[in-house]
Design a binder for this molecule. Sequence first.
Ligand SMILES: Cc1ncc(COP(=O)(O)O)c(C=O)c1O
Length: 461
Amino acid sequence: MDKNESKLMDEIMDKFNEINELRKEDELRKEILERVGEIHDLREKRKKFIAGKDRVHYAGRVYDENEMKALVDSSLDFWLTLGVKGKKFEEKLAELLGVRKSIVCNSGSSANLLAISALKSHLLDDPLKDGDEVITVASTFPTTLAPILQNNLIPVFVDVELGSYNIDVNEIERAISPKTRAIFFAHTLGNPADIVRIMEIAKRHNLYVIEDSCDALDSKYDGKMIGSFGDISTYSFYAAHHMTMGEGGAVATDNLRIARALRSFRDWGRDCYCETGEKDPLGACKNRFKHKFKNLPDGYDHKYVFSHIGYNLKPLDIQCAMGLEQLKKLPEFSRKRKENFNILYRVLNKYQDKIILPKWLEEADVSWFAFPITIKENAGFSRNEIIEFLEEKGIETRMIFGGNILRQPGFENIQKRVVGDLRNTDIILHNSFFVGVFPGITSEKMNYMIKCFEEFFEKIN
Ligand SMILES: Cc1ncc(COP(=O)(O)O)c(C=O)c1O
């Protein structure tokens, strides 16, 4: 064998060994994933519900071996930071919503912060500026409001409706001033607000609209996905939500400039918009060292050009690996949410003289986050009496978030404008609560919950 032949032989052997190692790795991975499936099955077998002893949670993770395998598989890749799974998740979510872009982030609160921050970006022709007003509601989750304040904007509060718990659209126009630039509201507990009317008002007054859809993934209005109407929509993938990544969130938009601003704020404020993990050293755009900025040296690495005062709000890739599995289950999750809601509605309908039942618009197809209830004034019992009864029986209850956020200690002294007396918001603060309808509520748990409600109403009669 001459020298060249021997070198070639060595190379072939190296390749051969590498292929063998990869094959071995594949076999090990397969074995690990099979074992993960076995762990899942063992846990499933142990699952049982003992009425009165085990809690009926208002929400929770619903998953099977596929999520567990996706998490382990992704952690074996050991990419860790946002990568291929994140990109795929963003594409799938945008496709589901019917918008051009979605940007994944680490929570629904971060999604809301990104949404408001992006509306102040220089990339927009007409960005918001300090002191501008944003119409919103006080019956809210705190981090729907917080980003307005954190961005030096002034919240203008209008009342909500009882039953739908959504922004009272009739109040919006009354609240508009020359400083008003945006409307930011949540589709409460998955129930679509009157979005077509809101968009019509926004168009007439040239206002941006942010739909906090953190509790409303897969709800529809007139067949169109909630979150696809406004300029930006936000989502939460915390364990209690329609689907979960443990913690996680996303922002979605049809506007490519807004999408670029959202991505920049999420990624430290950087100007470069090539995907992370891009293999080409010159960037996908090939222009990494070709940009010019006024006060920077020509061709300063675009990866290190910061055009926004941003954050780092990225999730991990393993979260997105799980998110991809959860997305596949979303239609079934929504079906079960609706089924549980309808069962509970039929039962509680009998007590309409004492409680306000949920209301929704005719055009709405609601994937309910939960079942909201408001105790009527002359019901003969208080909210605390019913929730203490239910909690003692093991049925979890929750407040409709902050009730009236303006009465919460952290928000008492914020700069604001209030339109009207927020009467319904205060009723929610004092008299409303919700119970769960999530897919983890099996018929066994639902029957028990119904029994407890009936027992309570018999007792107070
Ligand atoms: C309407 C609404 N917006 C925002 C959030 C915040 O989401 P996260 O908990 O993922 O930060 C929540 C949380 O439940 C919410 O209900």
